[in-house]
Design a protein around this ligand. Structure first.
Ligand code: HEC
Ligand code: HEC
Length: 245
C-alpha cells in the first residue's frame, strides 16, 4: 500500500511534487504547511532590481563571497542563484541592525515584526550594507539571484536524517526552494548551515537593542527540538547536495 501523500503547491507553475510519508503528517507538519501558504501570499513585496548595476555593487563582496557569489570560504554563505526576495530581506535586516546600533533608528518589537521576529545581525555584514539604499539592495540581490551556481560533484551525498522530510515542505525536495521567500540550502557551506540553525535555536534577543544574531519565527519552531547531532547531520546532508547543475 502506498504510504505517501503528494502535496502539490497550487502557486507553483512547475509540476514539482513533494513526497511526504503519511506518518509524518503530524500537527507540527500541518502548521508548517500553513506557514508556507502564508509566506506565499507575502511574496510580491520586493521590487525588481537591475543585475547589471548589481554587478558593480557586488565588487567589494567578492573577497568573502567569491566570484558571482560562489563561495569557497568556510563559514560564509554561497549567494549565487539564491532567491531574490530572500536576499533582499536579509540585507534589509542587517542594514536595520547597523542603523539601530548607530542610533539612527529606534528598536521596535511591535506589530508584524513581533509576530515574525525577523532580525539579523552580523557585525561585518551590517557595516557593509548600512549605506545601501533600497535600490542598491534590490540591484545587488538581482545580480546574485541571476548567477548560476555550479555544483561540486566531487562530494558524495549522504542519507538525510528522518526529520528532514519536514524541511522539504519549504526548502524543496533537494534543498532548492520553490518559493521565493525561502532560501535554497543545497550546496551551502556546512559550518555556515550549522551556525544558522544554532542561531535559530538560541532565538536570543540581546538586550532589546536590535543586535540579535538571527531570528525568524518560522525557523525557530522547526529547530526547537533538534539535538546538536541532528543539526550536524542535516547540515552535512544539505551541504552535499548540488546547488545547481
Ligand atoms: C568580510 C567578509 C564579507 C564581505 C566583504 C561581505 N560579506 Fe556577506 N556575509 C559574510 C558573512 C560572514 C555572512 C554570514 C553572516 C551570518 O553568519 O549571519 C554573510 C552573509 C551575507 C548574506 C546572507 C546570506 C544568506 O544565505 O542568508 C548576504 C545576502 C550577504 N552576505 C551579502 C553580501 C553583499 C551584498 C556584500 C557586498 C556588499 C557582502 N555580503 C560582503 C561576510 C562577508
Ligand atoms: C515552514 C517553512 C520552513 C520549514 C518547514 C523549514 N524552513 Fe528553513 N527557512 C524557512 C524560511 C522562510 C527561512 C528564511 C528565514 C529568514 O528570513 O531569516 C529559512 C531559513 C533556513 C536556513 C538559513 C539559510 C541561509 O541561507 O542562511 C536554514 C539553514 C534552514 N532554513 C534549514 C532548515 C531545516 C534544516 C529545516 C528542517 C528541520 C527547515 N529549514 C524547515 C522556511 C522553512
Amino acid at each position: 500500500m502506498t504510504r505517501s501523500l503528494q502535496v502539490w503547491w497550487v502557486y507553483q507553475s512547475s509540476n514539482k511534487q513533494i513526497d511526504v510519508p503519511l506518518d509524518m503528517i503530524t500537527p507540527k507538519f500541518l502548521i508548517s504547511m500553513l506557514a508556507m501558504l502564508m509566506l506565499s501570499f507575502s511574496q510580491a513585496w520586493a521590487s525588481h532590481g537591475d543585475p547589471s548595476m548589481g554587478r558593480v555593487l557586488a565588487g567589494p563582496c567578492e573577497s568573502c563571497h567569491g566570484k558571482g557569489g560562489e563561495n569557497k570560504n568556510e563559514g560564509i554563505p554561497n549567494l549565487s542563484g539564491q532567491k531574490f526576495n530572500y536576499l533582499v530581506k536579509q540585507l534589509r535586516e542587517m542594514r536595520q541592525s547597523a542603523r539601530i546600533r548607530a542610533g539612527e533608528e529606534e528598536y521596535s518589537d511591535t506589530g508584524f515584526r513581533a509576530l515574525s521576529r525577523a532580525r539579523r545581525s552580523n557585525e561585518v555584514m551590517d557595516e557593509l550594507v548600512v549605506k545601501m539604499s533600497d535600490h542598491d539592495i534590490a540591484d545587488v540581490s538581482a545580480f546574485y539571484a541571476d548567477q548560476k551556481c555550479h555544483a561540486d560533484f566531487n562530494v558524495l551525498p549522504v542519507a538525510p536524517p528522518k526529520f528532514e522530510v519536514r524541511c522539504r515542505v519549504c526548502h524543496g525536495n533537494l534543498g532548492i526552494a520553490n518559493v521565493l521567500n525561502v532560501p535554497n540550502i543545497a550546496g551551502q557551506d556546512v559550518s555556515y548551515l550549522e551556525a544558522q540553525l544554532k542561531s535559530f535555536q538560541a532565538g536570543k534577543v540581546l538586550e532589546g537593542d536590535g543586535q540579535e544574531k538571527r531570528r525568524a519565527a518560522i525557523m525557530e519552531g522547526q529547530v526547537k527540538n533538534l539535538t546538536d547531532d541532528d543539526i550536524k547531520q542535516v547540515s552535512i546532508y544539505y551541504a552535499r547536495l548540488p546547488c545547481g547543475y
